[in-house]
Ligand binder design. Structure first.
Ligand code: GLP
Length: 235
């Protein structure tokens, strides 16, 4: 658990962890997250001018039914905030397809692809105010794999700020499962601000329980949690 005075310094540490991995393993497999939390991380990684030519990425989640080009799709988010600024090959980018004809089939294929690429070396995670990781809402099975989930009212409310209104937030998503996330060799969880303090305290110090999905990370051998003082204030 790394507690820093600010989001800036906490993010700097997370960026250095990723930069070190890419220098040691230029063809690393990274799991990536969206939301406001990793935005500064992506800016810092872009500024570091790393070599991404052999890096492969898998994103945690995507909304179902939003066109890829929609400004709030996680596809757009990733290209806007990271991929278009680095030398990554589009063939090495994997994001769940929220418009696939056969979504359960595409979820299985996503899992298979992760294994074919050798598994995820490092997974970046944010945390929802209800403790969700990816879009694994409270009571998600701790053994779950990539699948369809329905968002809780709380998450729709939290994400309404990106869409204009709560009604416009898609209710269904594809997300890697908690079992998938637990197979990443290293999990790097970032959380900033007092509004995350309760979820972070539950994840780090609470009982391992599906009502706070992030708490399962207590069972993972290699997790780094980068917090600012606000997010750490419940510890
Ligand atoms: C979203 C994403 C999560 C993210 C979380 C927190 O719904 N699916 O991956 O960690 O909510 O979002 P934010 O970082 O904006 O607080």
């Amino acid at each position: 658990i790394i507690i820093q005075p600010t989001r800036e310094t906490a993010t700097e540490i997370a960026a250095r962890i990723i930069a070190r991995l890419l220098s040691e393993k230029p063809d690393a497999v990274l799991g990536l997250a969206t939301g406001s939390t990793p935005l500064l991380l992506y800016q810092k990684l872009v500024g570091m001018r790393l070599d991404w030519s052999r890096v492969r990425t898998f994103n945690l989640d995507e909304y179902i039914g939003l066109p890829k080009e929609h400004s709030q799709s996680y596809h757009s988010f990733m290209w806007e905030n990271l991929f278009k600024h680095i030398n990554i090959s589009p063939d090495n980018v994997h994001i769940p397809d929220g418009n696939a004809e056969d979504i359960p089939g595409s979820c299985k294929a996503y899992e298979k692809r992760i294994l074919e690429e050798g598994g995820i070396d490092l997974q970046v995670l944010g945390i929802g105010s209800d403790g969700h990781i990816g879009f694994n809402e409270p009571t998600s099975s701790l053994a779950s794999r990539t699948r369809i989930k329905t968002l809780t009212r709380q998450t729709c409310k939290d994400n309404a700020r990106f869409f204009g209104s709560e009604a416009e937030v898609p209710k269904h998503v594809i997300t890697m499962g908690i079992g998938t996330i637990m197979e990443a060799r290293h999990n790097l969880l970032l959380a900033f601000g007092e509004q995350k303090a309760g979820a972070v305290a539950g994840a780090v110090e609470g009982p391992v329980a599906s009502v706070n999905p992030a708490s399962v990370l207590q069972m993972h051998p290699t997790v780094t949690v980068c917090l600012d003082e606000g997010a750490a204030s419940g510890l």
